[in-house]
Each structure stands twice: as C-alpha cells, then as structure tokens.
Design a protein around this ligand. Structure first.
Ligand code: GLC
Length: 544
C-alpha cells in the first residue's frame, strides 16, 4: 500500500500477553504472534499495532517502560521482533509500535538517577517539586486513583505521576528529554517498523501547576505547547516518511483533533478519542453501573464524524481496545448465541461503514465477550484493583463492586484470545495468567473460520469492502433519523454514489421509518428485513 492510501487501511491491535503463548508460561509472546500471521492475513487487515513489548516491570502491563531499546524477555528477543516484522512484511502486513513517552517506569535509568541524586542532570527530566505546607504541590488526581504526586522524604520533594506511582511523567519542556525521545523513535524507524501509536500523547505539555476544582486535567490535557511538540517530533522523526501514526487522546476536543491530524500541520496521521465510550458512565464516573445511553452514543459519534471530516482531520474509529470492556457485552447482547452473533455483526458494521481508520482489537473479530468474573481474585489490572479498594473504602458492598468491575474493568478485554475449543482455548499449555471465560468451547477462532455465518466472516467482508470501495474511506457522512430510539441510520456520499446504513440497536424487531427508501444493491445484510421491519440487531447496507 502506498503512502497516499494508508487511509484505506484497517488496523488489528495485539495485546501480546494475551495473544498466543508458545513457551507454556501462561503469557503470550512474540513467537506466538509470528505463528498467527497467516490468520491475520486471512482476516485481511493491513497493520498490526503491537502494544508495548519493551523491557518493563509490567506494573501496567508494559505501559511502564524501563528501557525503550530492549525487549521484555518474557515476550522474547529483539531477533524475534525482527522475524516478526520480516514475516509480517512478507504477508503484506505492516507493524506499528506503541510508544509510551508521556512517562517512563520509575525503573528507567533516567528516573533512577534523578531520584537518587537531586543534582543529577536527569532530575529535570521529570517533575520533581517541593511544597511548603506539607501538602502535595497540587491536588491533581492520578488516573488510577489517589493524589498524582508521590513524596520522597530523602529530598523532601514530590514527583508527578498522572498514572501509577511507578509511571513518572516526563518533562517535555526540557529539550534534552524531547531529543532523547526522538532518538528512540528513530531507532525503531531504522529497525523497520511502519508506524506508531502514541500513548496518551495529548498529556505531554503540562501547563500551570495549580490546584484544580476538579481532578486537574484542565492543566495538562491538550496543554499549551502540545501542538508545537508534536510538530517538532514529526519533523525530527517520522515526518515525510511512509509511516502511519495514531495518537491516543485523553478527554480531548474536536478542535484539537483537527489540529493534531490536518496534514498541512504535520503532527500526526490520526487520533483516538474516547467520548463515545463514556455513554455508560454516570455523571462522567467510570466506576458506576449504567446502561448505554443510545442517543448520546449516536450524537457523539456523529458530532465527531462530521466535525473531523469538515475540519480536514482524520479519526481512528474503534469500539474495543485493551482498556475497554468487550463491545458485544457492552452495547450488544451476549445472553445467547443468536443475539451475541447478530449484535456483534451489527456493531461491527455500524463502525466499519464510518469514516476514519478502523481498529479491531484481538478477539473482537470473533465476538469475544466479557468474562463475567465472580471474584476479585480473578482480576489482575492495577486500575481495577485500585478501584476495588477505593470503592470498598468508601462503603460499597463487595457484590456491587464486582458488578461494576464486571461491566467496566480493563481485564474484561485482557483475557486470552480463544483459538480453539481445546484446553485453555488453545492459548497456552500452561496456566494462563488470567482466567479464560468458559464460553471458549463455542466462541473460538477455529469454530468461527468453519462457520460461514460467524462474526469473523462479517469482519472479513467489512475489511474487503473498505479496500474495494472508496466511498467508505473518502465519502462524507449524513446522519439521519437521529431521534429514532432503536435505529442508527446514516448515509455515505462520494462522487455520484450513495450508501445507506440501517442498524437496529435493540433486540426487538422494529419498523424502519416509512419514508426511508432502502432500495438498492445490498452490500451487507444481517437478519431479516421485510414488511418495513428489521430484525433485532439487524443491519443492512445498500448502495443506492
Ligand atoms: C493508555 C494505555 C493504558 C495505560 C495508560 C498509561 O491509556 O492505553 O493501558 O494504562 O495509557 O500508560
């Protein structure tokens, strides 16, 4: 694929720890990914996004990097990664690395030196601040709970960690930090990778260090120099090269995302935002138990589709990743096989017919579900364990907490890929690092390949259509019947073509608006559509 049409591509996200284990230690590895490249080629995707595989104490499963130039030996060796890239390229698959440069692990050499010696040149690589009144420098909260500053008695100073206490924020205002980070990116470009996903990249420019009326994010989200830094990073690293980039943007705005991705500004190719995945939060609070607000979901998706398109930017579109619960359990219905398959196909179609670059998270393509863990002992994720303790402290009862974690925990998507109906779903011969849901006997890749009506075949069809028809990539979007309580309806327009998408988000058979013309060539259809009615979780895409 040439540089000009990276926009037509589809990305598949791999969370190596849960992908495929070849050593029997219960955790996936690079060799395990190499073994499955033929499968990824069969699926039809273009890029693999590899979540972090660098040396790390793994407190946040690799998002806490202690050495950007080394591979975590649990995943394999640098030679394994080389083989992975070469073998991927042979199959026309590209590889994106995950770059975590808002923070490093506190086990990174820079931090170790900064912490040990306040005169060290590395002290200013981080935010070490003193405070006069025995209070942290600001009242900002860590995204994983608690105050975002950690006190160090030895030097009577605090350091900033917007995430875990072992993930110290880097000081991008220091040019030495920025250039050291550009060296890292250039190392991976020379290594031969084809793109990058930048972790929480809109948090890198901290503004004023002041107390907040909320949790502090207004002082560092899309901060004062973020565009300048991203442009500089682009110039010094991937700019002008055949590399695709995507930035993970926390609590961002359309206005900023247009700036991040407008080609003439030379910052990034595309961006993830999360607003559409907060539609089952209560008053913005993730750790709550709520149902999907369907109108809000449609409004947000359409606002971003239109806003980014009209502003000349580029969206990355997704339902799932390693931080989100499984979409079929979340916005679809996993209570029985028929509903699970039908709703997974509907959700896939609604998303893949939109404008932007679609991301598929491992297991999503076979409609994997949340595991339904019944005990806190089954959870592994640091954010979930912190949330459990915090909710306990403020008096929630344990069953209620488990219901909330069952709906929201990041571990919902981190259970191993279900490959077969054999022991441990064919993921490992050892003991998996996290439990595998019982439903692997039915929901697994092998069964999905053999079943012509599987969710997997829908994903393959959607990818093929995107490659074949430019309207999906380049067309404009027109939202329709936004007030409808069950149906998600929109049109795509490109040159003289029009495609119509109608999707039923409810499990009931409902009527299609009488004045909507659904005639045309059927490109995709799931469920029965007749007499002006569409099946529960049914979908249709017609070229008109
Ligand atoms: C991103 C990652 C998440 C990680 C956090 C801190 O949101 O996707 O997994 O915990 O950044 O690096």
């Amino acid at each position: 694929m040439s540089q000009s049409d990276w926009r037509k591509s589809v990305v598949y996200q791999i969370y190596p720890k849960s992908f495929n284990d070849t050593t029997g230690n219960g955790e996936g590895d690079l060799k395990g990914i190499i073994e499955k490249l033929d499968y990824l080629q069969y699926l039809g995707i273009d890029y693999i996004w590899l979540t972090p595989v660098y040396e790390s104490p793994m407190n946040d499963n690799g998002y806490d990097i202690s050495n950007y130039y080394k591979i975590n030996e649990k995943f394999g060796t640098i030679e394994d990664l080389e083989t992975l890239v070469t073998e991927a390229h042979k199959r026309n698959l590209k590889v994106m690395m995950d770059i975590v440069i808002n923070h490093t692990s506190t086990e990174h050499e820079w931090f170790k030196q900064a912490y040990a010696d306040s005169d060290s040149e590395f002290r200013d690589y981080y935010f070490f601040k003193r405070s006069s009144d025995a209070q942290p420098p600001t009242n900002w909260e860590s995204k994983f709970g608690g105050n975002a500053w950690k006190y160090d008695e030895k030097t009577d100073a605090y350091y900033l960690h917007l995430f875990d206490v072992t993930q110290a924020d880097l000081n991008w205002d220091n040019p030495n930090v920025r250039h050291a980070l550009y060296d890292i990116i250039n190392y991976w470009i020379d290594f031969g990778v084809d793109g990058f996903r930048f972790d929480v990249i809109n948090l890198i420019s901290k503004g004023e260090f002041k107390n907040s009326e909320k949790i502090g994010k207004e002082f560092y989200t899309d901060g004062p120099r973020v565009h300048e830094y991203l442009h500089e990073m682009n110039e010094h690293t991937f700019g002008g090269k055949d590399l695709m980039t995507v930035g993970e943007m926390s609590s961002t705005t359309i206005e900023h995302c247009i700036k991040y991705t407008s080609p003439e500004r030379q910052e990034l190719s595309s961006v993830f935002n999360f607003h559409h995945l907060k539609v089952d939060y209560v008053n913005g609070e993730k750790w709550s138990n709520a149902r999907l607000d369907f109108h809000k979901l449609k409004d947000i998706l359409m606002e971003w589709q239109l806003g980014i398109y009209e502003g000349g930017g580029w969206n990355a579109i997704f339902w799932c990743n390693h931080d989100q619960p499984r979409v079929v359990s979340r916005f679809g219905n996993d209570s029985n096989e028929t509903l699970r398959k039908q709703s997974a196909k509907m959700l896939a179609t609604v998303l893949h017919m939109m404008q932007g670059t679609p991301y598929i998270y491992q297991g999503e393509e076979i409609g994997m579900t949340n595991p339904g863990f019944g005990s806190i002992n089954q959870y592994r994720d640091i954010e979930s364990l912190n949330a459990f303790n915090n909710m306990k402290r403020v008096g929630y009862d344990e069953d209620e907490i488990l219901t909330i974690l069952g709906q929201k925990s990041r571990d919902n998507s981190r259970t191993p890929v279900q490959w077969t109906n054999e022991k441990n779903a064919g993921f490992t011969t050892g003991t998996p690092w996290i439990d595998i849901p019982d439903n692997f006997d039915q929901i697994n890749v092998k069964a999905a390949i053999e079943d012509n009506y599987s969710v997997l075949h829908t994903y393959r069809d959607l990818i093929r259509l995107r490659h074949e028809y430019d309207i999906i990539t380049y067309g404009s979007i027109e939202p329709l019947y936004m007030e409808d309580d069950e149906l998600f309806i929109y049109k795509r327009h490109y040159k003289d073509e029009t495609w119509l998408v109608v999707a039923n988000f409810s499990k009931e058979r409902v009527s299609i608006p009488k004045d909507l013309d659904i005639e045309g060539q059927v490109m995709i259809q799931h469920g029965n559509i007749s007499d002006g009615l569409i099946d529960g979780f049914g979908t249709i895409v017609v070229a008109q």
